[in-house]
Design a binder for this molecule. Structure first.
Ligand SMILES: [Zn+2]
Ligand SMILES: [Zn+2]
Length: 266
């Protein structure tokens, strides 16, 4: 179990849509200022949080970058679990408000999923659902910024999120191809958690419009002058040494290859 730290991220999943024993779908938790902020929520996220010693009812904010199942599918089971846990174990009842933030169209997707999977939910705790495109919203000192990024534009809008608390900032790329909006959003961030789906061997054939390679993650980190870079959304089709070499072609800062349950202090 990760040590208690006033500000740290815990990688809940460092994998992809492929269901793997050692890499759950991409998700991480930022514990900051007594708040639990979860970025993306696919398969395995609920179990990963429990393994990390995180109480699900202690979640404060959940940010969903886009509707692919590896970023969204765990949400309803987590909410259902919070509700049922409160019924059978009253001491675990959630009392504080939960904020769900998502891409354009998220409110409708959430209602559809909730009605299919969790129609009996009683409003015992407040869930506030919000959508983001390119904007900034303030939640009592927790600032959320977002930008649209290219991923599957013919099907849905994808957003990257930046969260700021005090002078600390964390960015989640979500899934996307190389783009200037993510560079702008990541400007001087303490931590950029960036998807690195495309292996170096494939990248030599040219950049992809909807996913990033370690080389491009390094470019973005360098242009945005981020303090630390975490590569995630991994398929284990390149080594840590290869990733470091690719990133180092552009970025000289600290780079970490994510692993499930890894804690990174800010
Ligand atoms: Zn995706
Ligand atoms: Zn994905």
């Amino acid at each position: 179990m990760p040590e208690t730290n006033p500000s740290q991220i815990i990688v809940i999943g460092s994998g992809s849509a492929v269901i793997q024993e050692k890499r759950f779908s991409p998700s991480f938790l930022w514990q900051v200022g007594g708040k639990n902020v979860l970025f993306d929520c696919g398969w395995g996220t609920g179990l990963g949080l429990v393994r990390a010693g995180i109480k699900l009812q202690g979640l404060d904010h959940i940010l969903i970058s886009h509707p692919h199942a590896d970023h969204l599918a765990g949400l309803i089971s987590i909410l259902h679990a919070i509700h049922v846990s409160g019924v059978y174990y009253p001491a675990t009842k959630k009392t504080n408000q939960l904020f769900l933030h998502g891409y354009p169209g998220f409110m409708q997707d959430y209602e559809t999923l909730r009605k299919m999977m969790f129609p009996e939910r009683v409003e015992e705790f407040e869930i506030k659902v919000d959508e983001f495109t390119d904007e900034v919203k303030d939640y009592d000192g927790l600032l959320i910024k977002s930008c649209q990024v290219p991923h599957m534009p013919e099907h849905f809008v994808t957003v990257s999120f930046r969260v700021e608390v005090g002078d600390q900032s964390v960015v989640n790329s979500g899934d996307c191809g190389f783009n200037q909006s993510l560079i702008n959003l990541s400007r001087k961030a303490d931590l950029l958690v960036c998807e690195a789906c495309i292996p170096p061997a494939l990248f030599t054939q040219g950049p992809r419009p909807n996913h990033l390679s370690p080389f491009e993650c390094g470019q973005i980190a360098s242009l945005a002058q981020v303090k630390r870079l975490v590569l995630t959304h991994l398929y284990d089709n390149f080594t840590e040494e290869e990733a470091k070499a690719e990133v180092a072609k552009n970025y000289s800062g600290s780079m970490i290859l994510a692993a499930d349950q890894m804690a990174v202090g800010l």
